[in-house]
Design a protein around this ligand. Sequence first.
Ligand SMILES: Cc1ncc(COP(=O)(O)O)c(C=O)c1O
Length: 394
Amino acid sequence: MRFSALTQRIGGDGADAWLTHYEAVAARERGEDVIVLSVGDPDLDTPAPVVERAIAQLRGGDTHYAPAAGRPAVRAAIARGHAARCGQAVSGANVVYFAGAQNALFAASLLLAGPGDEVVTFEPMYPTYPATLEASGARLVRAPAGPGFRPDMKALAGLITARTRALFWASPNNPSGVVLDDRELGVIGELAQRHDLWLVIDEVYAGLAPGGRIPSLAARLPERVVTLGSLSKSHAMTGWRAGWLIGPEELARRAELLAMCMLFGLPGFVQEAAIAALAGAAEAEARIREFCRARQARFAAGLHGIAGLEPIAPQAGMFMLLDVTGLGLSGAEFARGLYASQQVSVMDGAAFGRATAGCVRVCFATDEAALDAACTRIRRYCASEPSATRVGSG
Ligand SMILES: Cc1ncc(COP(=O)(O)O)c(C=O)c1O
């Protein structure tokens, strides 16, 4: 039987990047002594009022269809939170509720580009980006990273062509934790105006930035900025699949049509719980920031002084890149060797782009005992002359 061309665009390296992670999760579920540091899923409970609201809604019979774009109250709550964060005057009419930022990213991809178009994104990038952005039929153009994994602005300007429709990036970045600053945003904003581009900014980690604030173009360029977000990271609600797209009303109307084709509405009881979550956003974000600060410090202390391993502290977020080139290994070799010999799963930096190929990405937002044990195992692995015993490299 034959499948569509789309199925070829959504396979590939990005999907493969998760294989070791899934293997590790399966092993852990079988009861094996595996430590999973390969996914950004904070080890915190969903805030209690959010759970209570969902349960009350379920008990009250909130189990029927909901509007495709999301309930007006959740859209309005998302708009208020966005306006408070970045100063852009928006209402619920600018918002469409999606099943997580990933779902909103997919929607933005389909709504803004198509066959014959190009979309640009910055390396390093979250591994779902290539498949998600090429699903539309557009060609993905990767802007290289400069020093400190920050986007190379000079290279960026040279990548824009008459076919370019949009720039997509995440700030804070996954995996580097880089938060784009006003100068960088100024350059991007000028390019966008000169070439009439959409700017799609994945702010799934915004609440984890210092004070929950990041520099933003949304208020300055409201006609072309699309903001994606969710409750996954800020509220430790990854499994609830509650996220959004915010943009010009004209875009939101089209996003609603897409949501109608794709989802026909998401669970109402989750939307009501999301309203409760948004009402407690300040406390939830402060909680996750403090959690990440403490775990990051613990992890950095646990790795201190390991020869050949260079931890790179993030500006924000729940990930740390470890440069392993000093051990004579690539990120892929380190990730494979560490998992095979110590049963600690981390992500190969190459999954995020060329600049991070000598690194692995570790999520430190996990429980303290696992983090301490992981540090011991990583230290043991690094002391075992891993470059002399490469596992299945190639
Ligand atoms: C940069 C980035 N964007 C989007 C997502 C997906 O988030 P959500 O759970 O809201 O779909 C993630 C998840 O790790 C991410 O790191």
